[in-house]
Write a protein that binds this ligand. Structure first.
Ligand SMILES: [Zn+2]
Ligand SMILES: [Zn+2]
Length: 82
């Protein structure tokens, strides 16, 4: 079952852009595009776990876990496969 993250506590570590939750613009190497923070970086089609995430605003790539602010870490640890 999908467990959407609290949106306001996820932000780009470089430019502080906060995804609204409506973006479906992260594309996996398998061709599937989805909202990566709904799945903690795991592609829902091929199950590939992405450890880095590119910002849709500034274009930088950061470790996926760095996007979660302190209050979101607990959520991330619950859904993270590790
Ligand atoms: Zn994929
Ligand atoms: Zn950014």
């Amino acid at each position: 079952m999908r467990m959407p993250a609290p949106k306001a506590i996820i932000a780009c570590p470089q430019c502080s852009w906060e995804p609204t939750g409506a973006e479906q613009d992260w594309q996996c190497s398998c061709g599937h595009a989805w909202h990566t923070f709904d799945t903690a970086g795991r592609c829902p089609r091929c199950r590939h776990q992405w450890l880095t995430t590119q910002c849709l605003r500034c274009g930088c790539t950061s470790p996926h876990s760095d996007w979660y602010r302190a209050t979101a870490v607990q959520w991330y640890q619950q859904v993270s496969p590790n």
